[in-house]
Design a protein around this ligand. Sequence first.
Ligand SMILES: [Fe+2]
Ligand SMILES: [Fe+2]
Length: 377
Amino acid sequence: MSELERDRREIASVLQQPGVRPDPDLKITRRTFLHRSCLTGAATVAQTFAWWPLINTMDVAFGAEAPFKFAWISDTHLYPKSLNTRFVDKTVRAAKEVQAMNPPADFLIFGGDLAQLGKVEELELGNELLKEIKIRKVFIPGEHDWYLDMGKKYGELFGQPHWSFDHKGVRFIGLDTVSRAPDYWSMKKMSAEERMAHMSVLDGTVAGPWAGVGRDQLDWMSKTLSTWDRNRPVIIFSHNPLYEYYPPWNFWVRDWRDVHEILKPFTKVTNIHGHVHQVLYNEIGSMRSIGMLATSWPWPYAPEGVPKLTKPMIRVDPGDPYDGVGWSKFDMPADDKVSTEYIMWGRKQVFAQSTEDSKANIPEILRPRIADNMYPY
Ligand SMILES: [Fe+2]
Ligand SMILES: [Fe+2]
């Protein structure tokens, strides 16, 4: 049995106790759309019809006091403009689209990896570009923002890397899952640039399993939640997923057991995370977990450990920098639902009409190109 398989079985034995499930009141509805490709404009429609989910939307029933929306952008991985404007252009586009939301989102969460190599000019560039968005903005760090100066510039620009606030009946928590890598640099006398270079690769060759929450932050989280009713909704933002998906790429936090121990009594927990740059969904114990798109590039799915509940997005067009990337919208309407919509940019517009479960009866032009086609309804 591989080490990963052993870890996986351990997770199952710890968390998947008989009867432990996400709150049955939290119903997930995935919307699917009848897809047909559209060549240009409305005149010529290719004769291709298929059941093809275009966006992964999830409706989660919960007790928000009033309807509201918020938006997520992450993993912009900005280089200085003089070096590369491709990622700049995509950040600008996401910012404009968030700002154009009507009605406006209540706030934007930026989920980390604003910069590529943690440079002052990269972080400042990101801060400038996001000024296009006038609504409230909150930030959590990614490893690319941190390991050049160990969070100094990030802190100057965005403040504390972890925080919590209450909004319309929901407790929101922002976690820092990146700053607690074991010190592998001092003994080797690495320069700050060398350290950052190691942290900026997906497999963390030297840094190993660096993603974690840390004892001090776990204690803080426990204290923060001690004043919150166990049946009220909690939404936790983190850069890395709060469960084990694939440790070699730090698609996890190494202290996931402690995180879940704290969350166990709460019935309506949703974790929204970045870092994986892909459509991802999982349920662990009573927690639901949703992975977000990057604006920069899509990572492939890991060779093992993709959650069974994930409907993977299909492989993107490598010639199209706007394929498989984008941002996300969260809509919390009055009927006590949370709708998550991936705004996945694509080269082609997709002409689609919704099936009966979307309640829409007219064809729509959807920006997302593809969510997946693996498990058609
Ligand atoms: Fe990233
Ligand atoms: Fe990351």
